[in-house]
Every structure is written in C-alpha cells, then in structure tokens.
Design a protein around this ligand. Structure first.
Ligand SMILES: Cc1cc2nc3c(=O)[nH]c(=O)nc-3n(C[C@H](O)[C@H](O)[C@H](O)COP(=O)(O)OP(=O)(O)OC[C@H]3O[C@@H](n4cnc5c(N)ncnc54)[C@H](O)[C@@H]3O)c2cc1C
Ligand code: FES
Length: 371
C-alpha cells in the first residue's frame, strides 16, 4: 500500500471510506499520530474528538410522553449532517463496563441548527437501553455514533402526494420528514395517520396539531386505539380515496406493518410502499447457545441461544461492523470458521464456510467466527 492509499484508507470499520474530506482527514490523523499522539490524547483535549470513531455528547433529554423522550446529541468531529430525513443512526452507550448499541431514527431534519441531531426513544417494557435513555441518561454523557443510513428516506424533491401510516414510536422517522418539508417550504399533499393508545401517549401530539393548523396541505388523523379501536385499513377509502396513488411510508409494530404489506401486495402497488421495521420478526426458534470464539480479535464468550453473535461480540469486546442490526443491510456478515450458527428469523443453520449475518444469528453450539 502506498502512502496515499494508507492515508486515505478508512480509519475503522464504522467510518465509511467514501464520505467527506473530513473522513479523509480523520483517517490520516489516526495514522499519522499513531503511536506518537494516540486517540486518547485527542480525547483528553476534548471528549468529542476522535480520529478513530464518531462520538457525540448528549446535550438535552426532553420528555415527550410518560414513557418516551427526545434526546438531543451534539456529534463530534467527522459526523455527516447531510443525511436523508427518515434515516437512522447507531448509538452506543457504555454501561456496566460494556458498549450497548441500538439503532434510532433521526427526528431532526438534516443540517439542523448548531450541528445537533435528535432521536426520540420510547421505553420498551423490559427494554435495557431504551429505559436507560428515557429515564436515566444524564446530559453530558458521551456516546458513540454510527453513520446515518437506511433506505426509509424522503427523496428531494418529495413526491406530490404522500401517505404516512405510523403507530407508537414509529412516528419518529416521519417527524424528521415532516420537519424537513416544513423547513424547506415544500408543500406536498400529505395525510398522516398515526395510532396511539390514548391522547397522552401520542408522541409529538402538539407539534402534529400545530403543523396541521399551519399547513392546509397537511392532514393529521390521530387514532386513539383504546377508545376508537384499531385503525382499519379499509377506512382509507373514505379518509383518503386516492391512497393507492400515494407514495406511502409506514412504520410501527410488526403486525401492523405485515398487514399493510399484505394489503399493498393485494393491490399490486408495493412499488409505492416504504416500510421501516424497528425489530426483527423471530421464528419460534433459538440457537442452543455455546462458546463463541472471535478468531481475529482473540475474544471468547459463552452465550445463550437468544443472544445474537453481534451482541455476543460486543459483550466480549470483539467489535464487528454493523448497520441496521435487523438483517437488512448485510454490513455485519462474517464467515463461520467452525461450528454452527442459526438464523433466528427462520431457523436456518449455517456451518463452516458459510457467511452469517451476525445481527440476526445466534450460536448453535460452540462456533468460531472470522472476526
Ligand atoms: C432502523 C431502526 C430504527 C429504530 N428507531 C427507533 C426510534 O426512533 N425510537 C425507538 O424508541 N426505537 C427505535 N428502534 C428500536 C430500538 O433500536 C431498540 O430496539 C428499542 O429501543 C429497544 O431497545 P432496548 O435495549 O430497550 O430493548 P432490549 O433490551 O434490546 O430488548 C427487550 C425486549 O424487547 C424486544 N424488543 C426490542 N426492540 C423491540 C421492538 N422495537 N419491538 C418489539 N420488541 C422489541 C426484545 O426482543 C426483547 O425481548 C429502532 C430500531 C431500528 C432497527
Ligand atoms: S447489521 Fe444490517 S444485516 Fe446485520
């Protein structure tokens, strides 16, 4: 490798090779300062500076409902603010001695004021990181960030007629889209149907109402399911007679998205449908668990059959690349060197020589990964 290639190569797997000049600079800094000025020196000067990884500082935690909060983050050096509205970001928090990573849709429009980003988190019952983010994380906490990504994104220019179907925390990527449209002064014809159990559980309820009051081309239909029942897709014909012609973005619980997908399939209009799933549908199966060896990083850990290989590696300190963490993007694929792994979505077993998606696979007995 020549000097130019060496400087231009990505500093680490979480830093994309092809992005901005800033990333070029980060890669160069990581190499030119090692070992004379390691990353720790940058960290001492300012915890947001790192040549090896994207970092951010939580600057505000604002309650949205009793079990959800908006978290505002000021990213450090190298973060690309030119993401598309609807994309998600990976967030890593250091708790009890290990890094915990999850994906969250950005709720801030791209290039938001003061170079900040925001996410909105709903605390899941028994959810580890979501509960911590909503109820426990103090302002000032330093987090790790992964580059924004995902195809659930609003194009620029947007389509002229749009339908948003959301429920619960599924409203979050749509908030980024609505805020972006509002900031850019775009006026497409938008119907947003959002479901929540009660009025007090509607995330961004006041903002949605204000948007509808201020913009006649934006209609907001809030379905309170405890008193009004589930939103029936059949009622779209009355509420929005041209729904079949609208470009649709849908995000919410898996059964809701499955129903929407079937309906759009039946109508032969799946080319108009964009879906975002926050969780993986798991088959009624799990691995046997076992001892997982990460060959390249020299780490070993014993895990149960429900822990994904990606989580196992993160727990053991064997960090592997990842993107969506739900079996879509293929960023997390690594070869199995020996033993077996199982795909938690469908129970398919992988053996030596196969490449597994570590975010949706678990150990089926002892196994060794090329990671
Ligand atoms: C692309 C993407 C974008 C996301 N955006 C958001 C967002 O904007 N806001 C938000 O609140 N969450 C979002 N999520 C979900 C988020 O990443 C976490 O999964 C969620 O916060 C739960 O994490 P946890 O650590 O609390 O739960 P864990 O401790 O990891 O899991 C607790 C239990 O809940 C189950 N579980 C975990 N997540 C879900 C889920 N989403 N639905 C159903 N069951 C689940 C687990 O299987 C487990 O049994 C997104 C996920 C993805 C993949
Ligand atoms: S992280 Fe996207 S497929 Fe595994």
């Amino acid at each position: 490798m020549g000097l130019k290639d060496w400087i231009e190569a990505p500093a680490t797997a979480v830093v994309p090779a092809t992005r901005s000049k800033l990333n070029w600079l980060r890669g160069a800094t990581a190499r030119l300062t090692t070992p004379l000025l390691p990353d720790d020196y940058l960290h001492l000067a300012n915890p947001l500076w790192s040549a090896r990884e994207l970092r951010g500082r939580i600057v505000d935690v604002r309650s949205e409902t009793s079990d959800s909060a908006t978290i505002v983050i000021k990213p450090g050096w190298g973060f690309d603010f030119d993401y598309a509205p609807g994309q998600y970001v990976g967030i890593g928090l250091h708790i009890d001695g290990r890094w915990h990573w999850r994906s969250y849709s950005l709720t801030s429009p791209p290039n938001w004021d003061d170079k900040r980003i925001s996410i909105a988190v709903k605390a899941m019952p028994e959810g580890f990181l979501s509960a911590h983010l909503v109820n426990g994380v103090p302002s000032g906490t330093i987090v790790r960030l992964a580059t924004p990504s995902g195809n659930f994104a609003l194009p620029d220019p947007p389509p002229e007629r749009i339908l948003f179907l959301t429920a619960g925390s599924g409203v979050t990527p749509i908030m980024a889209m609505l805020r972006t449209l509002s900031r850019r002064g775009r006026r497409p014809d938008v119907l947003h149907v959002h479901s929540a159990r009660t009025e007090s559980e509607v995330m961004f309820g006041d903002e949605l109402k204000a948007l509808a009051d201020d913009h006649p081309e934006f209609r907001s239909h809030i379905q309170l399911t405890r008193s009004q029942g589930k939103f029936a897709l059949s009622s779209l014909d009355e509420l929005c007679p041209d729904w079949r012609e609208r470009t649709t973005w849908a995000c919410g619980p898996l059964p809701m998205l499955d129903e929407i997908e079937r309906r759009w399939q039946d109508e032969g209009i799946t080319d108009k449908l964009n879906l975002e799933r926050f969780a993986v549908s798991r088959a009624d199966t799990s691995g046997k668990g076992g001892t997982v060896t990460f060959e390249k990083s020299g780490k070993t850990v014993t895990v149960d059959g429900a822990t994904t290989l990606l989580e196992a590696g993160e727990g053991a300190g064997a960090l592997m690349p990842f993107g969506c963490r739900m079996g879509i993007c293929q960023t997390c694929v690594v070869p199995v060197l020996s033993g077996h792994a199982i795909d938690l979505r469908n129970g398919k077993e992988h053996a030596e020589g196969d490449r597994v998606q570590t975010c949706v696979s678990a150990a089926a007995g002892d196994c060794t990964l090329d990671a």
